[in-house]
Design a protein around this ligand. Structure first.
Ligand SMILES: Nc1ncnc2c1ncn2[C@@H]1O[C@H](COP(=O)(O)OP(=O)(O)OP(=O)(O)O)[C@@H](O)[C@H]1O
Ligand SMILES: [Mg+2]
Length: 348
């Protein structure tokens, strides 16, 4: 992680992670900032060292299947990737689950109300309509409940998964999504749903769970992150733990500070650029130095704007991690690079 004023971004750290003791990692953020991608990278990072982790999505959009280039996932846990072994650590396994809210609801109703046969009479949609009308919030409880069940699952005397990573709803909906006990408070004061919701809540609001935010260094996503952090801080009094801020798609700066300032101010020495181009053996330099200078100016201004956003991100007061922009196609190799970045910064 980095903190404001800490410039040792690339310091390689041994595996003493910042989230020791956290077993359920919830990943949220503004839409399109890379939640699914970062959740996948975090899963790979956490799997390293012979661990078994579950990556779970809750919106039924098959984002994980796309990420791992695999066919659509059924509502069942499937192995989608292995974490690479390192000289000091054995590899690990990443399982994935696309938790479809409708299927979770039908499963739940069948289990507790013996609606197996009703399920065939009522259409699936009918069941869902029925349940969302009488029990708003129930869908969310079932989804968070699935994550909590996987987190607590035991097999052969040990925990089945070392960690569960949830690719969660975006910032605008995360507070409600995680605040399950309140959301189902309209339901019976007793009974299976109530008991279930209480168990789920006790895990979510425990040190075993952390909520991470993904953002990019742009005005709106940063604002949503700050708003989301503030909202969850409100819930934090009940024990909800805020996690890290994953700054995604960070572009490298290939200018010195001096060059950066000059370029941003539009005072780059074009003559110097021209000399450089000449030295590089470029013949037809007419106009090239000028357009190069214009491009550098834009690049530098963007970088300064991103720095300003970084300062705002730091206001959240949470540990931050940088994830590089993958300029080639985002494939498994890219995902492993993001996972390595998270590991190097101590996130996993
Ligand atoms: N570090 C990165 N470098 C390059 N491309 C990235 C990076 N992170 C994410 N992307 C790309 O950005 C796009 C959005 O990513 P992703 O689907 O993970 O976002 P999301 O927040 O889950 O979106 P949604 O809100 O739709 O679920 C994808 O095309 C993904 O490949
Ligand atoms: Mg997504």
């Amino acid at each position: 992680m980095w903190w404001p004023g800490d410039d040792s971004l690339l310091r390689v750290r041994p595996r003493d992670t910042d989230w020791e003791g956290v077993r359920l990692h919830v990943v949220t953020g503004k839409g399109g900032t890379g939640k699914t991608t970062v959740a996948g990278a975090l899963a790979i990072a956490l799997a390293a060292g012979g661990r078994r982790v579950l990556l779970m999505e809750v919106e039924g959009r098959q984002g994980i299947a796309r990420l791992f280039d695999s066919p659509p996932l059924p509502y069942a846990e499937r192995r989608v990737a292995v974490a690479p072994a390192t000289p000091t650590l054995p590899g690990g396994e990443v399982y994935a689950l696309a938790a479809d809210p409708e299927a979770a609801l039908v499963e739940y109703l069948e289990m507790f109300y013996n609606l197996r046969h009703a399920g065939t009479a009522l259409t699936r949609l009918g069941v869902v309509d029925f349940a969302t009308t009488i029990a708003p919030g129930l869908r969310d409880v079932l989804l968070t409940g699935k994550a909590v069940e996987a987190t607590r699952r035991r097999s052969g005397g040990r925990l089945y998964y070392d960690a569960v990573i949830m690719d969660a709803p975006p910032t605008g909906r995360i507070g409600k999504f995680l605040n399950v006990a309140t959301e189902v408070s309209g339901l019976a004061k007793m009974g299976p749903v109530r008991g279930h919701a209480d168990t789920v809540q006790s895990v979510i609001k425990s040190p075993q769970t952390a909520v991470h935010f993904v953002t990019v260094l742009e005005e709106m996503p940063v604002q949503e992150t700050l708003d989301g952090v503030a909202e969850l801080r409100g819930l934090a009094q009940g024990g909800l733990q805020l996690g890290g801020i994953m700054i995604n798609m960070v572009r490298p700066v290939d200018l010195t500070e001096e060059q950066l300032q000059a370029a941003a101010g539009g005072t780059l020495d074009e003559h110097e650029l021209d000399t450089g181009l000449k030295a590089a053996g470029i013949e037809d330099r007419r106009g090239l130095a000028a357009s190069l200078a214009a491009e550098l100016t834009e690049h530098a201004r963007e970088e300064l704007a991103q720095r300003a956003q970084r300062t705002r991100v730091a206001e959240a007061g949470q540990p931050c991690y940088d994830l590089p922009l993958i300029t080639d196609q985002m494939d498994l190799a890219g995902l492993y690079r993001l996972a390595a970045a998270l590991r190097e910064q101590g996130a996993a």
